[in-house]
Design a protein around this ligand. Structure first.
Ligand code: BES
Ligand code: MN
Ligand code: ZN
Length: 515
């Protein structure tokens, strides 16, 4: 990953391949059409204070995502200036402070534009430690590339398969000896490294990432970071009566696993449980998905990847909260041993489920993991899952839905997501939709009304949360995997959706600011 440093160096004397500066859409009455953002004063001065005009001549508008390259002024050691758009300049009441998410996106766009370069200096408008953290995250997340399966992809010298990610970034304007600035870099590094690891897991093809290999990766990472890892294999799952996870995994040659990650902090007085859907490949099972709907289904373990990343990041940051992470891992495949539409599963909670559609498998593995998590009576349970196509229809592919059995908790999650730059939206759990899942044979069916399918899935999960436990469900089916081109600090493919929200929730719980 890109190496980060805080630097007090002045832009002209910096040995680097490029200097990144910010430009914004000015308020016409106040500052003209284009403004050079604070942090780039030395660069502007070398252009005789005419940099905004030069950039306008080159077609720059300051729009988000825009990159304008120009040769560095005479006397600069770096040959190139990269001007990246920040969107609108801050409103008058913001005291010149740019929004953290605008900085994060701009840093990400610039880092991606600089792929193939060795070193870049970022002279963006950073005010406080929060801004330093945002730029650092933007760089580390934006520079991400998944090249493990490209021929010679690991060999930076071989450019035929694309350019190597930016190797080194110096953040100017931050204070290297300031405690808060240093902590911001440390936080951004831990969160981004683990988030990028989640992206790697999501992007890894399903012939290499199966429940067993995912569990092995989790075990190794747990050892490294002082997290206790317990893995239940098929035998242990059968002994424990985990009928949901076993049922979904029964059609695959790779057996299912339930992984429990336990992070404890001696100063903690709160306990969170994170539960992740980890379908390493979702073919739909006997209710097979048609071509056109199964090509990206390696992404169906994105919830488990997010939970895994968040627990490891929390451990690396030493957050004063106890967290149990549950990864419900299975591969959903059709075969002679697969669960059939019409089968009844006896779940870990003891409830029976009539499987009407084997493609509604996520709720089955989550049901067992939610019940397992409930047995420890944590202060709250949050599950994360690429659960329904219906949620994508409702919210599009950049926003995740948040459902909960507690309205205040749901609002707190939406707020935490907003704080870290993740788009989410509160969704209801209308009781009347429960009736559609009535089964003549079992306690409940795994499918109900088609309309409001995301909410139906949420209502199903609710049945497997222990009495009196605060619970929320994040349906990340839309934002988990980016099938379009890269944008901001989000690459094509696995995005790492929900990781930063979970980490933020852990922080808020540790500081006593969440319930
Ligand atoms: N993994 C899918 C949901 C999904 C769809 C995630 C597209 C990401 C992109 C899930 O297991 C699924 O198949 N859900 C069904 C449920 C239905 C059969 C009740 C769906 O949404 O169609
Ligand atoms: Mn499915
Ligand atoms: Zn699925």
């Amino acid at each position: 990953m890109t190496a980060l440093t805080l630097s007090t160096a002045a832009a002209p004397g910096l040995r680097a391949d490029a200097i990144v500066i910010g430009v914004a859409k000015g308020t016409a009455s106040r500052s003209g059409n284009l403004v050079v953002a604070p942090g780039a004063e030395a660069v502007d001065k070398a252009y005789d204070g005419k940099l905004a005009g030069v950039l306008e001549t080159l077609g720059a508008s300051g729009a988000e995502g825009e990159v304008t390259k120009l040769p560095a002024p005479a006397g600069f050691k770096a040959p190139l200036v990269v001007a990246v758009g920040l969107g609108a300049e801050p409103e008058d009441d913001k005291d010149g402070a740019y929004d953290g998410e605008a900085l994060r996106k701009a840093a990400g766009v610039a880092a991606r534009a600089l792929a193939g370069s060795k070193k870049a200096a970022f002279a963006l408008p950073v005010g406080d430690a929060g801004d330093v953290g945002a730029v650092a995250e933007g760089v580390l997340l934006g520079a991400y590339a998944f090249d493990a399966y490209k021929a010679n992809g690991k060999d930076a010298k071989d450019k035929k398969n694309g350019k190597a990610p930016l190797a080194e970034a110096a953040l100017l304007g931050g204070k290297p000896r300031d405690k808060e600035h240093k902590a911001a870099i440390e936080r951004a590094t831990a969160v981004s490294e683990e988030l990028n690891r989640a992206r790697d897991l999501i992007n890894t093809p399903p012939n290499d990432l199966n429940p067993e290999s995912f569990a092995a990766i989790a075990s190794a990472a747990g050892k490294e970071h002082g997290i206790k890892v317990q893995v239940l294999d098929e035998k242990a799952l059968a002994k424990g009566g985990y009928g949901g996870i076993l049922g979904v995994g029964s059609g695959s040659a790779s057996g299912p696993r339930l992984v429990k990650l336990t992070y404890t902090n001696s100063k903690a007085d709160k306990h969170l449980a994170f539960v992740g859907k980890g379908i390493t490949y979702d073919s739909g099972g006997i209710s097979l998905k048609p071509a056109g709907h199964n090509e990206t289904m390696k992404c169906d373990m994105s919830g488990a990847a997010a939970v895994f990343a968040a627990v490891v990041a929390a451990a690396r940051l030493g957050l004063e909260v106890n967290i149990t992470g549950w990864l419900a891992l299975a591969e959903n495949m059709p075969s002679g041993s697969a669960v059939r539409p019409g089968d009844v599963l006896r779940m870990y909670s003891g409830k029976t489920v009539e499987v009407l559609n084997t493609d509604a498998e996520g709720r089955l593995v989550l049901a067992d993991a939610l019940w397992a998590a409930s047995q420890e009576t944590p202060d709250a349970i949050i599950d994360v899952a690429t659960l329904t196509g219906a949620m994508i229809l409702a919210l599009g592919n950049r926003t995740f839905g948040v459902m909960a059995n507690d309205d205040a908790f749901r609002s707190a999650i939406v707020e935490a997501a907003e704080e870290v730059g993740e788009a989410s939206w509160p969704m209801p759990l209308p009781e009347h939709l429960r009736k559609g899942m009535d089964s003549p044979t079992a306690d409940i069916a795994n499918m109900g009304e088609r309309m409001g399918g995301g909410l139906v899935a949420g209502l199903f999960l609710k049945e497997f949360v222990g009495e009196g436990i605060t619970w929320a469900h994040l349906d990340i089916a839309g934002p988990a995997f980016n099938e379009g081109g890269p944008f901001g600090y989000t690459p094509k493919g696995g995005t790492g959706s929900a990781v930063r929200t979970l980490v933020r929730l852990a922080e808020l719980t540790a500081s006593g600011d969440l319930g």
